[in-house]
Design a protein around this ligand. Structure first.
Ligand SMILES: Cc1cc2nc3c(=O)[nH]c(=O)nc-3n(C[C@H](O)[C@H](O)[C@H](O)COP(=O)(O)OP(=O)(O)OC[C@H]3O[C@@H](n4cnc5c(N)ncnc54)[C@H](O)[C@@H]3O)c2cc1C
Length: 73
């Protein structure tokens, strides 16, 4: 929630990067710098609201679908 400590350590341990506040850095498709690792919701920005997390998840899910298609997994 707003004002709470960002708990992004799991993502960082996996190789993702964060900004100075600890938010995981993602591109427009919610992708971190680690191939196949996505981040969404409170862990990526300061707009800590449910609708934002849902929106991020939708974007990420669409890209995951395309990613899996591309890799034929
Ligand atoms: C008291 C309160 C009131 C709020 N009121 C509103 C409101 O009225 N409207 C609104 O839009 N938003 C509200 N929010 C904010 C909203 O709850 C968040 O923005 C939303 O839940 C973010 O979703 P998320 O999936 O990003 O994170 P979360 O819902 O926090 O989900 C993250 C999940 O990851 C799990 N997790 C964390 N670390 C690990 C780990 N290492 N391994 C495995 N699991 C892990 C956690 O247990 C948790 O279940 C409120 C928040 C709080 C705390």
């Amino acid at each position: 929630a707003m004002g709470c400590t960002i708990r992004s350590q799991l993502g960082l341990d996996l190789g993702a990067t964060c900004d100075e506040l600890g938010n995981l850095v993602v591109d427009a498709h919610q992708r971190t710098v680690v191939p196949g690792l996505y981040a969404a919701g409170d862990v990526v920005n300061e707009i800590n609201q449910i609708a934002v997390a849902f929106g991020h998840a939708s974007i990420a899910a669409t890209d995951m679908h395309n990613y899996l298609d591309d890799t034929k997994c």
